[in-house]
Write a protein that binds this ligand. Structure first.
Ligand code: NAP
Length: 262
């Protein structure tokens, strides 16, 4: 299948590690001109080296905190200026803090909103004019299985990811006329630093071993294992590709069957 990504300008937010890095790598393998952005410059440089040495394709890096609108505007404009426009945007960020309702104060809710929902709104708002002037494009939002089934102790994710899902559907309808296809991909448990960090915290909170917490979680997955970032990235790349011509406004789980809802 031809994904139609050769030479396309692809921007991956939070692309230095985990799911963002894996997605950037797969886009680069397909011959896209990839830009990754996140806060930590050293990590970005390392990831650029990794992707370039595997694919032989040039990768650009930009320092950006998705909670800062100026950073977002700068990153999107710079990407478009350097790569002759913008075709595909992956919105992504670090995960919000864990916590139950009684743990969370106004500042926590505000930070969660900025990191998870407002960053997606801002990235899309800044990117849209460039996608429109390219005659169309693809937007892929990285969310969580919490959009379909709340996750215990992850209230900020449960609430604000639902907003990302609603945004995806609304904007997909509004910008279909411009040939901009917008979808959300929702990971279940894909083995990255984020999952390890959450499981460590759960182990401490529940006074159980890390191994025990992980084994219990994997026991909920019909495929019997956590996913690997590449398995997630392949789905992101298809929805962010020009082989996808007729799917928009969707939220898709990549979860090994973990969520049981219809
Ligand atoms: N892995 C899973 O199974 C899973 C499941 C459900 C949801 N998710 C969600 O998917 C997203 C990616 O998760 P992951 O597993 O890839 O996490 P990860 O391995 O911890 O990577 C997080 C990435 O986000 C970047 N980042 C964090 N805060 C940022 C900020 N304020 N501005 C810009 N970049 C930022 C980090 O780079 P810097 O530190 O350089 O900024 C890093 O590149 C998260 O929102 C996570 O909650 C993941």
């Amino acid at each position: 299948m031809n994904l139609g990504l050769v030479g396309k300008s692809v921007f991956v937010a939070a692309g230095s590690k985990g799911l963002g890095k894996a997605s950037a790598l797969e886009f680069a393998r397909e011959g896209a001109r990839v830009t990754i952005a996140s806060r930590n410059l050293e990590q970005l440089q390392q990831t650029r080296e990794d992707i370039q040495s595997i694919t032989g394709n040039k990768v650009s890096i930009i320092q950006m905190d998705v909670r800062n609108n100026e950073d977002i505007c700068n990153a999107i404009r710079k990407t478009a200026a350097e790569n002759g426009g913008l075709d595909v945007v992956v919105t992504n960020a670090g995960g919000p803090e864990s916590g139950y309702f009684s743990d969370l104060k106004d500042e926590d809710w505000t930070r969660g909103f900025e990191l998870t929902l407002l960053s997606t709104i801002r990235l899309i708002r800044e990117a849209l004019p460039f996608l429109q002037s390219a005659g169309g494009g693809r937007i892929v939002n990285v969310a969580s299985s919490s959009v379909k089934q709340p996750i215990d102790g992850l209230l900020l994710s449960n609430v604000f990811r639902a907003g990302v899902q609603a945004l995806t559907k609304s904007l997909a309808l509004e910008f279909a006329k411009d040939e901009i296809l917008i979808n959300t991909i929702a990971p279940g448990r894909i083995a990255t630093d984020r999952i390890i960090e959450l499981d460590r915290r759960r182990a401490i909170d529940r006074d159980r071993s890390f191994e025990d917490i992980q084994a219990e979680a994997v026991g909920q997955i019909p495929l019997g294992r956590m996913g690997i970032p590449e398995e997630f990235a392949r789905v992101v790349v298809f929805y962010g590709s020009y082989a996808n011509t007729y799917m928009t406004g969707q939220t898709l789980l990549v979860d090994g069957g973990m969520v049981k809802a219809l």
